[in-house]
Design a protein around this ligand. Sequence first.
Ligand SMILES: [Zn+2]
Ligand SMILES: [Zn+2]
Length: 339
Amino acid sequence: MPTPSDTSLPSVSPSPPNEPVPEPILPPPPQLYSTGRKVMSFVTTFIGVTVPLVGLGVGMYLAWGWGFGWVDFGLLVGMYLASMLGITVGFHRLFTHRSFQTVRPIQVLLAACGSMSFQGPLLDWVGRHRLHHQHSDKEGDPHSPYPHTRGLKGWLAGFWHSHIGWAFTPMPDDLDRYAGDWRRDRVIRTVSALFPLWAFIGVLVPSVIGLCFGGWQGAITGFIWGGLVRILLGHHATWSVNSICHLWGSKTYACGDESRNNLFVGIVALGEGWHNNHHAFPLSARHGLRWWQFDLSWLVIRALVICRLAWKVRLPSRGEQIARAENPAGPMPAVGTAS
Ligand SMILES: [Zn+2]
Ligand SMILES: [Zn+2]
């Protein structure tokens, strides 16, 4: 893997001087939600969290009698990689931070695959994540573990809120207003609105493949391992970036928040665990900035560049990395285009 200084890709400043500085993103004003809205939000999240967990239990029970075959394993790994790369390369690096550009079919493919991970519509995801960067670990951050009270109890409460607790409370209906650049794009707006269709396809595909290989029994195990269990693992890998990577790990760069680099999350979340690097250089297409920081999502972007399917890839130069590490009082980095 090349070092940041010897990559053949163009090295572009995270804050190119010829681009307009994004407008500050103000947090949504405090809102009073109806009881029905609160109940609906709680029930939806509860189902989204517990059904995949039940799927894991049922899958393990069935594996006791039916076994766990190579088709099940292949569907679990294949669907995990497809849906998670849709999140990491698509939802996050392409759509939220615009860290590279690509052709329309790849945009749609990444948006559809990311939607299969059951993390909500693309434009809502982008809006929420831009809020996270703009107000990281401060008031207005949708899922920060801070502030939390002292001691283990406070730490666990912070962990719970940042991991999944935040999703049990309603979010504003117009989160996508923070993704105004993509909301004006008719194709992407339509793909985002078709979230239920992509999510359904995400569980239909492994079921059909399982059916082809193993009949109705294969369809059931394909649905469980390539659908429910894959969703469970993808959820917790993504949520770990919000929780673990703001609580536990190393800080290479001073960027005004509590973001951390965490090796474990770096591997399971396909490169997203190098989260302190990412908060220091949010426009960078590459999060694992050292040769040993495995970043599968970056390798995929590099492969797209080699195939001439991606361009204008943004990377911090070696000098910028050194300056950020040695200059804690440096300016806060810009976040992707907000409007
Ligand atoms: Zn973060
Ligand atoms: Zn980000």
